[in-house]
Every structure is written in C-alpha cells, then in structure tokens.
Design a protein around this ligand. Sequence first.
Ligand SMILES: [Zn+2]
Length: 191
Amino acid sequence: MTDQILAVLREAAEPVPTGEIEDRTGCGIRYGQLCYRMLRRLERLGQVEKIELRDMKSRYWRLAGGPAFAPEPVRAHILRAKPPWRAAEVTVCGQGPGALRVVPWDEMDAMLRRPPPWPDLCPACATTRRVAWSDDPVAVVVAAAQSHALHSASRTALRAELLALACLAAEYPERFRDLLEAEQVLQVLGG
Ligand SMILES: [Zn+2]
C-alpha cells in the first residue's frame, strides 16, 4: 500500500487531502484507518510531509520536498451602483473596496465570457444585475432602500440623503424648479 500512496503523491501537482489518497489508492473508507497509519509511518520515515494549513477540513500530504499549494486566485469584485452624491464606495458583496481587487463592470463581463469555472471572480459580484445610475436612477435608489442587513448602512444613508435633497430643494426652490423643467436633473447629478 505504501507504494500506491507514494505513486499518488508522485503524480500530484499539489498536496493531496487524506480522503483523496484513500480514494485513489482504492482504500476507500473501509481501509481509511490503515491508509492513515501508513501515511503517518511514511511521515516518520521522512518520505512524506503533512500540511494542515489550507483549510480546517482536511490534512494534506505531499512527498518530502514536494509541490506547494498553487496560490489562491485573487477574486475580482465590482462596485455597487450608488447615487452620485454619495462618496463611499461599496462592492456588490458589501465590502469596502480598500484592499480588494475591484474591476470595472465591462471587465467583469469580459471575464464572464470565458468558460467556467471562475475561481477568480466573487460569485455575488459576478452574477448581479448591473444597472447604472445613468440607465435607471430609480432602480439604483430602490436597490439602496431594499438593502438587506449586510448593507443596512446604505439604507440609513439614503434616508439622510433624501432628507438633505428635500432641504436643498426648499432652500433653492427656483434653481430646483429650473432643473426639473429643463430635464437636466439626471445630467447634472450624473456628472
Ligand atoms: Zn464581491
């Protein structure tokens, strides 16, 4: 059995989880205990190494000095459409964009035209329907108002923003009426 285990690890391009070694050596669940004992023995002999870092579910194994894990791809996110008076940016999946890889919408669309799988795309950001302010400001405001708990800050901000718009309209009624009449509200706010 040790030969089979070593053969599996020799072919592997990455460390292999214990369960996969059991499957590929034909040990299955039934002889899983035996397989694990063999792995521990090979470890004591210095022929294989155990790695426990990648996730909490599994132990991984490789030949001594064998291949490391391929680096996890950095996931691409997109920004949520927001009312243009709002400064803070947030991704569709509800994170501040700070340390994330954020791409323009058309770049996300281009990446989605590749055949799946897409381990380098954030699922929530990739699959969302994209509506820009200039396309449909009502949809953008409605989305901000309907934000679930994760984005409740967005709804709170929207409430304050609408009240502020009402105050501005009250303070500058003629300017506000001019903008409405000229149908320039979208162009002015959309920059
Ligand atoms: Zn995302």
